[in-house]
Design a protein around this ligand. Structure first.
Ligand code: FMN
Length: 318
């Protein structure tokens, strides 16, 4: 199956993954004008009314860019919706996405037919993120167009599956758009994702250490200084397992190597103040940060990924 038009013609096959609190219109615009799909969670706009202003800013800036850069038009953008019952903004945020005919909607933490139908109604596509093959089946059964396989080592909520196992199992039955995520921060990793059967890479943590990202300097510097040894996998902070930077856990007065388990009934993804506080103090991050050597503009990161991707291809084809 060919890729939908929203995922074609990118400079490199990469989607910038949505990052709670951190992604904002500046980062999305920088990603899209650099030639990759940029994304942000709807819940980052606060209060909810701000989402309308942000989508106006993104769509108008990208149209302006396309008028002045007809030779290298911006890539489409994506909005992430947390489709969990604790998200009481979903109806509002979907109505705003409908108004702007958001080209790509990324759904997480639940798959819903009505959400998928609504996006199809305005001509958009839905990519649903999953951590195992069973959830992948459910997402496609409910009408998602494509899948984001969140493999071991990914930042934020992440699974435990090897990308080799996950992509292989999904590709046995699914030939639609498949994105792979987890600890990718080099162009070589993007090519590797394609080699094992994914269409595109989905990269989050590396974009935290960019000028445009809405993260503190201390958080950005911890990513630059850190390696996979500085990442811990825990369910303590949100009720779902995810990867976090150990220094932020130490700063909060906890021992990252001896964390208790959490109570899953306390899950709350509504993006309320408690979730915001947890993600502000405890820094989500994937294992791939060893490749991030400096805080830089997002366009420089995309340039590096593109150079490395081309070099890796040339090396393998030589
Ligand atoms: C700080 C942080 C916040 C995240 N917030 C969200 C979110 O709001 N919604 C979502 O679907 N995924 C979220 N993710 C997951 C990413 O979209 C993506 O799956 C992940 O970053 C990919 O792995 P990588 O960080 O190793 O590149 C978050 C990840 C991080 C690191």
């Amino acid at each position: 199956m060919g890729l939908p038009k929203q995922l074609q013609g990118l400079r490199i096959p990469v989607v910038g993954a949505p990052l709670f609190i951190i992604s904002n219109p500046r980062l999305v615009i920088a990603q899209c004008t650099s030639g990759i799909v940029g994304a942000m969670p709807a819940l980052n706009a606060r209060p909810a009314e701000q989402l309308d202003e942000w989508l106006a800013e993104i769509t108008e800036t990208l149209s302006g860019w396309n008028r002045t850069h007809p030779d290298r038009p911006a890539a489409p953008f994506a909005i992430n919706q947390i489709v969990h019952k604790s998200n009481d903004r979903l109806d509002h945020d979907m109505a705003v996405c409908a108004k702007y005919k958001v080209p790509v909607v990324i759904t997480s933490l639940g798959a819903r037919t009505d959400v998928n139908d609504a996006v199809h109604g305005w001509g958009g596509i839905v990519l649903h993120d999953i951590i195992n093959n069973a959830f992948a089946h459910k997402a496609i059964d409910k009408g998602a167009d494509g899948l984001i396989a969140v493999a071991a080592g990914a930042g934020g909520h992440a699974g435990v599956k090897s990308p080799f196992a996950l992509v292989q199992e999904i590709r046995e039955w699914f030939d639609g758009p498949l994105l792979l995520s987890g600890a990718m921060a080099t162009g070589g990793s993007v090519l590797a994702a394609q080699a094992i059967g994914a269409d595109l890479a989905y990269i989050g943590s590396a974009f935290i250490a960019t000028d445009e990202a809405r993260a503190s300097d201390a958080y950005k510097q911890a990513i630059v200084a850190g390696t996979s040894d500085d990442i811990v996998y825990s369910s303590l902070f949100t009720g779902v397992h995810g990867n976090y930077l150990k220094p932020s856990i130490r700063n909060a007065g906890l021992d990252p190597d001896n964390l208790p388990e959490s109570d899953p009934t306390k899950m709350n993804f509504g993006g309320g103040e408690s979730a915001k506080k947890a993600w502000k103090d405890i820094w989500g991050c994937g294992q791939g940060i060893g490749a991030v050597k400096a805080v830089a503009p997002a366009a420089s990161l995309v340039d590096r990924l593109a150079r490395e991707y081309a070099a890796a291809r040339a090396r393998l084809c030589a």
